[in-house]
Design a protein around this ligand. Structure first.
Ligand SMILES: C[S@@+](CC[C@H](N)C(=O)[O-])C[C@H]1O[C@@H](n2cnc3c(N)ncnc32)[C@H](O)[C@@H]1O
Length: 390
């Protein structure tokens, strides 16, 4: 029974604490197609389930389909203990042709229910990801990235016959070459300590209190870590977006969606997994809005003059700003100009003058000490925007 599950919900601390704390505003459902089973796990086969959903109705599909692992026989560790491998019927297919047919069918439905500017994510291993990738391209999806999830703690290759299989691949695709899609570039850069987020992600496999267990046994052999879904959703969806997971398993997608204020729909044909997922999601807590709101890219953010940060006290007159390597320094004046050894100008003009360059983006060139680290002044502008947006 679900109440015997040993999992405790592990919440990560909020990343953006400067903004005003308030509860998540209810999603404006007026623009959602009617009859969307939001927050529900649809039982049975996902292809049938998706056929009942309206076209162009979801913002993202995250799919963790059967991998068709083709494992033969039992696998044992050197000490003789049994390896808990994926040998379930749901992962078995007669042939590659059967697997391809199945893949084409569910991807066709996923494409139908996705909005024109929606995004598709599929995770897989070398057993299936190349087949899935070819089929989704054939159907018209446009691959934006393949993300390598490097497992921080992979299972060794016990027989020593091959390299340790230490990663899985996620394909991220839009609806077509020219299709729009959501990518929260700025939020990803912030998540990655001000460095552009790369396509290789090092994250641990699912374990500890996050792993669902019943009587000491894993509820599901392939439960994905919440950290992986957290990054996927933060990067490519916005608050209130609808995320569909056709292979819901223990509901990792639903639990993370709920935490991040996204709507979700799951399909799962195994009732034990579905029950475990339901209980898990019911326990998950939604973050409040100030914690969910993420950094915006400069393109989408309203314009803020440097002087506004000075007059509102976010950067005090007299503060010292530096270039990234602290070779140049300047003092902030009351009118938002900078002065450095009798040379002065705006953040952009002084940056350009001191480098002998024709132009300079002062927002990323100048840095300031903030909470013990040197941050671009653009980061302070982002904090200001978060704290002041409606
Ligand atoms: C790889 S697991 C997904 C695990 C999930 N991401 C998690 O974190 O728990 C695939 C799941 O898809 C389900 N499944 C397989 N074929 C299905 C189908 N045709 N329709 C619905 N669910 C299916 C299996 O029962 C299994 O739970």
């Amino acid at each position: 029974m679900v109440q015997l599950l040993t999992r405790e919900v592990a919440l990560k601390p909020a990343r953006t604490t400067k903004a005003r704390a308030r509860k998540v505003a209810p999603v404006d459902r007026a623009d959602l197609p009617r009859d969307l089973p939001l927050g529900q796990i649809i039982p049975g086969d996902c292809i049938q389930a998706m056929r009942a959903l309206p076209s162009a109705s979801v913002d993202m599909v995250f799919a963790d389909p059967p991998y068709n692992l083709q494992l033969g026989g039992d696998l044992a560790r050197p000490d003789g203990s049994h390896v808990d491998a994926v040998t379930n019927d749901w992962d078995k297919f007669d042939s590659f042709a059967t697997y391809d047919r199945f893949t084409r069918e569910w991807l066709t439905e996923a494409r139908r229910v996705l909005k024109p500017d929606g995004g598709l994510w599929v995770i897989g291993s070398y057993h299936n990801i190349f087949r899935v990738g070819a089929i989704l391209q054939d159907l018209g999806f446009w691959i934006l990235n393949d993300i390598v999830w490097r497992k921080a703690n992979p299972m060794p290759n016990f027989k020593g016959t091959r390299f340790t299989n230490a990663h899985e691949t996620l394909i991220w695709a839009s609806m077509g070459e020219k299709a729009k899609y959501t990518f929260n570039y700025r939020a990803m850069k912030t998540l990655n300590d001000e460095l552009q987020m790369r396509s290789d992600w090092v994250l641990p496999i699912c374990g500890g209190p996050e792993r669902l267990k019943k009587d000491g046994t894993k509820v599901h052999p392939t439960q994905k870590p919440e950290g992986l879904l957290y990054r996927v959703m933060l990067a490519t969806t916005n608050k209130g977006d609808v995320v569909l997971d056709p292979f819901f398993g223990t509901g990792t997608t639903g639990a993370v969606a709920k935490r991040l204020g996204r709507e979700w729909i799951g399909c799962e044909r195994d009732t034990v997994y579905a029950e475990a997922a339901r209980a898990r999601i019911d326990m998950a807590l939604e973050l409040d809005e100030s914690a969910i709101t993420t950094m915006h890219s400069a393109r989408s953010a309203p314009k803020v003059a440097f002087g506004t940060l000075v007059e509102t006290g976010w950067i005090a007159p007299g503060s010292v700003v530096f270039d990234k390597k602290r070779r140049l320094r300047a003092t902030v004046r009351a009118d938002g100009s900078l002065i450095s050894d009798a040379v002065d100008g705006s953040i952009h003009a002084l940056g350009a003058k001191l480098q002998g360059a024709p132009s300079c983006n002062g927002w990323t060139f100048w840095h300031i000490e903030h909470e013990g680290t040197l941050k671009p002044i653009d980061a302070i502008r982002q904090l200001y925007l978060l704290a002041t947006e409606d």
